[in-house]
Design a protein around this ligand. Structure first.
Ligand code: G3P
Length: 213
């Protein structure tokens, strides 16, 4: 299972990449706006730290998405073009697939959308589990349904669990066999922690103090 950081903060990517467990980064226009830094420079800095960086198009028509996506893909070989799950997005995905440009379909909220994006040749699809939970639906239930559908076929499209809010989302994604989870920085920091690990280490060090010469 691959772990991505969901951020536009280069320093956060540098910090987590140093753990040796980071496989990629997903950005989106909201995350870029939050950091307030130049988009291309941010994406290129991240490409030096991880092998896979999703950069989202902002055009809403297929020709516009294609122009933007081709430009992004030319910036660096680690860039994955992120395309919204719309009919225009499907047309763009089909084009990018033919051109060998990697894609991530964002804003996926149903099995039907997942299926169409996979058939259009998306490299990854991003179902948004937290936003479904926020809307009173079962986000991880959607991942279970998508993974069940995937088990019947030979789709090359990876299922990227997005809009994660807490470590349980990541654990459940792994249990369901999802290929990737993208994780906010604050949630990533919680993953290595367990109170029994802290208490156990404290006791080991206290006991060692008693016997060391
Ligand atoms: O990459 C985008 C996705 O993870 C959005 O998350 O927290 O804005 O619902 P959120």
């Amino acid at each position: 299972m691959k772990l991505f950081l969901d951020t536009a903060n280069v320093e956060h990517v540098r910090e987590i990449a140093a753990w040796g467990v980071l496989d990629g980064v997903t950005t989106n226009p909201s995350l870029v706006a939050k950091e307030g830094k130049e988009f291309k420079a941010t994406v290129l800095a991240m490409c030096e730290l991880v092998p896979c960086v999703s950069a989202q198009v902002t055009a809403v028509d297929a020709p516009g998405m294609i122009t933007q996506g081709e430009e992004y893909a030319a910036w660096h070989k680690h860039i994955v073009v992120k395309v919204p799950m719309t009919v225009e997005g499907l047309k763009a995905l089909t084009y990018f697939k033919k051109k060998g440009i990697k894609t991530n379909t964002t804003l996926v909220f149903s099995v039907s959308q997942a299926l169409l994006a996979a058939k259009a040749g998306a490299s990854m699809i991003s179902p948004f589990v937290g936003r479904l939970d926020d809307a009173g639906e079962n986000g991880m239930g959607l991942i279970a349904k998508i993974m069940e559908a995937w088990s019947h076929y030979d789709f090359q499209t990876e299922v990227l669990v997005a809009s994660t809010r807490h470590p349980e989302h990541i654990e459940e994604a792994a249990r369901l066999g999802a290929h990737i989870a993208t994780i906010p920085y604050e949630v990533f920091l919680k993953l290595p922690k367990h109170p029994l690990t802290d208490a156990g280490l404290k006791k080991f060090l206290e006991d060692w103090e008693k016997v060391k010469k």
